[in-house]
Ligand binder design. Structure first.
Ligand code: SAH
Length: 253
């Protein structure tokens, strides 16, 4: 059994899916790990090897998972908590720090590092062109951890401020209606039309992108594997034989 001083905890982002989009820094941490902890599909992306324990858990137990990771690291394990995309974006890094803040004081002495990853918003944006080339914001449409009223207010204010908007977690079987309501808020708020990008399973073999005008966007176009990016009033489409480019010019003047 190793001593408590040798353990560490890394919270790492695995990127959107493709192994080529995992940073060398994350690959290096995984190579040194004794334990990998995370939501089942993310842990499934880690190659098993001798000496590495894989702990895959359901999604709704983030604080328990964080406590488990901290407990193992405090006992001397080299632990990597994995998230998809970036671990600081609607993911495990904040859950770990919440556990540190409220947990045993010994956890504050641990070596804890967050290793960034390519978040879905940026992977989707890069595939489509440059829709986030001017000011933008990101909104998580899940009301698991916040009331729907707050989400709707943020969507309305983001639209009024003319940000391009990236929606994470747009729609799930458990939350079939919220995204449709968000689309209604956007249509009510904008006086004009704008493009909407649906980018599904970016950087995986199932990747599918399409761009529609806001009036033609429907809730069914999104699921839990979809990133939705709403253009600002500046965002435009360049039509070309190889497929459209979606971009927002740098300048708003
Ligand atoms: N930490 C993650 C986000 C977790 S929230 C990140 O930084 O990317 C999960 C949501 O992210 C999904 O519902 C979907 O909206 C988006 N997402 C994650 N991976 C994706 C991918 N490969 N393609 C499109 N959207 C993705």
């Amino acid at each position: 059994m190793t001593t408590g001083t040798t353990g560490w905890l890394v919270i790492a982002g695995l990127g959107p899916g493709d192994a080529a989009l995992v940073t060398p820094e994350v690959t290096g941490a995984l190579a040194q790990a004794t334990d990998v902890i995370g939501y089942i599909p993310y842990v499934a992306r880690i190659a098993p090897r001798a000496g590495l324990r894989l702990h895959a858990t359901d999604n709704r137990v983030e604080l328990d998972r964080a406590g488990h990771a901290l407990t193992l690291a405090a006992a001397g394990a080299r632990v990597v908590v994995v998230s998809s995309g970036d671990p600081g974006v609607f993911a495990m890094a904040a859950a770990v720090f919440e556990a540190v803040e409220t947990g045993p004081s010994a956890w504050r002495d641990l070596d804890i590092r967050v290793l960034p990853g390519i978040t879905a918003m940026l992977a989707a944006s890069a595939r489509a062109g440059a829709p986030l080339g001017h000011d933008f914001c990101a909104i998580n449409l899940s009301d698991n951890l916040k009331p729907w009223d707050l989400i709707e207010r943020r969507v309305r204010l983001a639209a009024e401020a003319d940000f391009a908007i990236a929606f994470y977690n747009p729609r799930s079987k458990a939350r079939p209606d919220g995204f449709g309501r968000a689309l209604e808020v956007l249509r009510d708020t904008y006086g004009d039309d704008r493009p909407v990008l649906f980018a599904r399973a970016v950087a995986t073999p199932e990747e599918r992108l399409h761009i529609v005008a806001l009036p033609d966007a429907t809730a069914e176009m999104a699921d839990m594997r979809t990133m939705v990016i709403i253009g600002s009033s500046l965002t435009r489409v360049i039509a070309r034989p190889r497929g459209p480019i979606l971009y927002t010019p740098r300048s708003a003047t």
